[in-house]
Design a protein around this ligand. Structure first.
Ligand SMILES: O=C(O)CCC(=O)C(=O)O
Ligand SMILES: [Fe+2]
Length: 376
């Protein structure tokens, strides 16, 4: 989970049709010039030949910048992924409506997965579709209150693109890549390679999301305007999940805060993913070792597409503060289940609009009589 459309109930909801996205309209234009940051590069073709070297690059990047590029990901074809975005966002509004979260279309059953529309007047200007790995409906952890494991609605296909088959296969490519990055991270920290990956073994809650940022139709709202007349399409935030793998398809617009606290641009790197870590990984490592770096997206005046994969542990995984210390015996930590942590952050601390309408989740395990492997 990593949602950043903080909208208010009074705002007009608007399901956007995008039959014209291929035209790349230029409507508003934000000045995107900015000093560019040089990000470290992790070349996945070297995971065997230079494993220790890659591990060092990953750990250095996470300690210092919080962002890095990943080259040569096996099984990732950026052109094909872009085609998937184009196919999906060109669907007519009535087809998107069928996939829309309950928040916007009350007759739909899905509260967490599926489609979310552009909300006019918001500084976060994007429509998206997201899904998780399918969980068997008879799984004991499936319940109406557990939105992580709810069934994702998929669009009706027209034979032009095998959307569901392709996206679900790409989810597994991203999951595997994330596991390898976590093994490298552990190695770089001098820990057993499986020190983090076990958190994702049983039904990870990860979200794969495709995004379309349409340029502003008219003048953007004042809260989308930032310094120097620049205009936002995603406000300043850190990701709340474990780590994020992002395809930006050579679009500019992504900015991050550097170690001096200044905004700098991430220059697109062809055929490379951008990776950053989220608050969860940051706090697991004690809150001052790895950096969940703040970032934002500027309006670039044309339709922009991106595809983030938000890595999230299994619901019952222990993600307590300082978990990493269990390997060094330095300090005990407070066990905390991922699901409980996330609902608290999303619904009560950051108060994402979407989650105000969601049920409480904290006690669902007990109510269902589930075995809690964390034992808190
Ligand atoms: O679209 C992008 O480049 C970044 C999106 C982002 O930061 C997010 O969805 O959390
Ligand atoms: Fe983000």
């Amino acid at each position: 989970m990593s949602l950043h459309i903080e909208i208010t109930e009074t705002q007009k909801h608007h399901v956007q049709g995008n039959g014209d996205i291929l035209l790349h309209r230029v409507k508003t234009m934000s000045d995107t010039s900015r000093p560019v940051i040089k990000l470290p590069i992790v070349d996945m073709s070297k995971t065997e030949s230079d494993r220790a070297g890659l591990a060092k690059i990953v750990v250095d990047a996470l300690e210092n910048i919080g962002f890095l590029f990943i080259d040569n990901v096996e099984g990732l074809d950026f052109d094909r992924l872009f085609q998937a975005c184009q196919w999906f966002f060109s669907l007519p509004p009535e087809k998107k409506r069928k996939l829309c979260r309950k928040n916007w279309v009350p007759e739909n059953p899905n509260i967490y997965r599926g489609y979310f529309p552009v909300v006019e007047g918001e500084p976060s200007r994007k429509e998206g579709f997201e899904f998780g790995r399918a969980v068997r409906p008879d799984d004991v952890q499936v319940s109406p209150e557990n939105w992580y494991y709810e069934t994702c609605p998929w669009p009706e296909e027209d034979g032009k693109f095998p959307f569901k088959e392709y996206m679900t296969s790409m989810y597994e490519v991203m999951h595997e890549l994330a596991m390898e990055i976590l093994r490298l991270t552990a190695l770089g920290l001098g820990l057993p390679e499986g020190a983090f990956t076990y958190l994702f073994d049983d039904k990870p809650c990860s979200t794969y999301r495709i995004l379309h940022y349409p340029p502003w139709d008219g003048p953007p709202p004042s809260n989308a305007r930032i310094e120097d007349g620049k205009i936002l399409t995603t406000p300043d935030h850190s990701d709340s999940n474990f780590l994020t793998l992002l395809a930006t398809f050579n679009y500019k617009g992504l900015e991050i805060v550097n170690s001096e606290g200044n905004w700098v641009a991430v220059e697109p790197r062809p055929k490379s993913l951008v990776m950053n870590i989220g608050d969860l990984f940051d706090r697991m490592t004690g809150g001052n070792k790895f950096r969940a770096t703040r970032h934002r997206v500027l309006d670039i005046g044309v339709d922009r597409f991106s595809v983030p994969f938000f890595l999230e542990p299994s619901y019952f995984s222990d993600v307590g503060v300082n978990l990493i210390k269990k390997y060094t015996g330095e300090e005990s930590h407070e066990p905390e289940k991922y699901g409980c942590y996330m609902i608290r952050v999303a619904k009560y601390e950051r108060k994402y609009f979407e989650y105000k309408v969601l049920p409480d989740f904290e006690k669902v395990g007990e109510r269902l009589g589930l075995v809690d492997p964390v034992g808190s």
